[in-house]
Design a binder for this molecule. Structure first.
Ligand SMILES: CC(C)(COP(=O)(O)OP(=O)(O)OC[C@H]1O[C@@H](n2cnc3c(N)ncnc32)[C@H](O)[C@@H]1OP(=O)(O)O)[C@@H](O)C(=O)NCCC(=O)NCCS
Length: 320
């Protein structure tokens, strides 16, 4: 048996995103009979609108769109990819998973492919798995995709949930690199909080204890962010960007305060136009910052994802 190259590291080299053309504003929601107002939603969540997938747009088609764009951005052929990890919690059916179908849809049929369900924490879990696969020599190039169609799982009469979520997908290409580009992951879970966000078996829609999740996110996650920085040997003051899960703008702002991030650190606030897209939220937010030129290529960004499970994961990356 030969050992993997000890100098081999991993980094994200390109991103691609898919935001469905359909847009639902807060006023549209109120107009549909949801007992809410634009003012309440903006003040309590920071959300103004969210993208809504069409009937023929699925977790798989959105993942394929985002993946194709990431491949084009990297100048790669689909056959250059040898592993695809699909982070999602909103497939309509548990079997079969979606990853193999995404791989076939983009012209990469036959490669290693699996789904990973850590709900809104999923992208950072999947990124960690991908980085380890590259570092150990199990794969040379990995597509890590977060794709969610949350609107398939919403009860439009439940104003505590239906105002929060949106649909979309984003993909990252992870490749071998001479320098470290994806830091060790700080991850964890709390199964005792499983009932706080769930689709109960006798139900079909997401149910949530919003205030309890809010308290958890604003009190328990800053130490995870600190641990991710420590594992990467990076001081929070030296970060260029902070890209947390887009669950609620008040949660984002509370984390920024708890971490005492300097003003110069760019903070992702994609939620206003996107809502909470679960496993797609962190890569969509990162992709928007990169596309807008708001963050320096090669700079250091802290990713932090968290959600149902409860699960959480974060790592420092080099910005592609
Ligand atoms: C869901 C969430 C936005 C609710 O905001 P909140 O400030 O905690 O509000 P509460 O649930 O305490 O409700 C406050 C009041 O607003 C009302 N309210 C709730 N949703 C409302 C809505 N969409 N429109 C208008 N009023 C609403 C409540 O009925 C309550 O009224 P009352 O005081 O008369 O009883 C917030 O708790 C949250 O974002 N939690 C985290 C959710 C999350 O991140 N989930 C995913 C994890 S990945």
């Amino acid at each position: 048996m030969i050992a993997p190259d000890p100098l081999r590291h991993a980094r994200i080299t390109a991103l691609g995103e898919h935001r469905p053309a359909g847009v639902l504003t807060n006023n549209d929601l109120a107009g549909r009979g949801v007992d809410t107002t634009d003012e309440w939603i903006r003040n309590r969540t920071g959300i103004a609108r969210r993208h809504i997938a069409a009937a023929d747009e699925t977790v798989i088609t959105m993942a394929a769109e985002a993946s194709a764009k990431a491949l084009a951005a990297a100048g790669l052929d689909p056959r250059d990819i040898d592993l695809l990890v699909l982070a999602t919690c909103t497939m309509r059916n548990p079997i079969p998973g979606g990853a193999a179908r995404v791989a076939s849809a983009i012209g990469a049929g036959g490669i290693g492919a699996f789904d990973l369900n850590a709900a809104c924490g999923g992208f950072c879990y999947a990124l960690s798995v991908a980085a380890d696969a590259v570092r150990t020599g199990s794969a040379d190039r990995v597509l890590v995709v977060g794709s969610e169609k949350l609107t398939d799982w919403l009860d439009w009469d439940d104003r505590g949930t239906c105002i929060l979520f949106g649909d979309g997908a984003a993909a990252a290409i992870v490749e071998a690199s001479d320098e470290p580009g994806i830091g060790p992951v700080a991850w964890g879970s709390d199964g005792l909080g499983a009932d706080l966000v769930s689709v109960p078996v006798d139900d079909w829609a997401i149910r949530m204890d919003g205030p309890a999740v809010f308290r958890w996110a604003t009190t328990q996650l800053a130490p995870v962010a600190h641990r991710a920085c420590k594992l990467a040997g990076v001081d929070v003051a030296d970060l260029d960007a902070f890209v947390p899960h887009q669950a609620n703008l008040r949660i984002v702002d509370a984390l920024v305060r708890a971490l005492k991030l300097p003003d110069r650190v760019v903070v992702a606030r994609d939620i206003a136009d996107t809502g909470n897209t679960s496993a797609a939220s962190v890569p969509l937010a990162l992709s928007r910052l990169v596309a807008a030129g708001d963050v320096p290529s090669g700079g250091q960004a802290l990713l932090l994802a968290f959600g149902a499970g409860l699960t959480y994961a974060g790592q420092v990356i080099r910005i592609p």
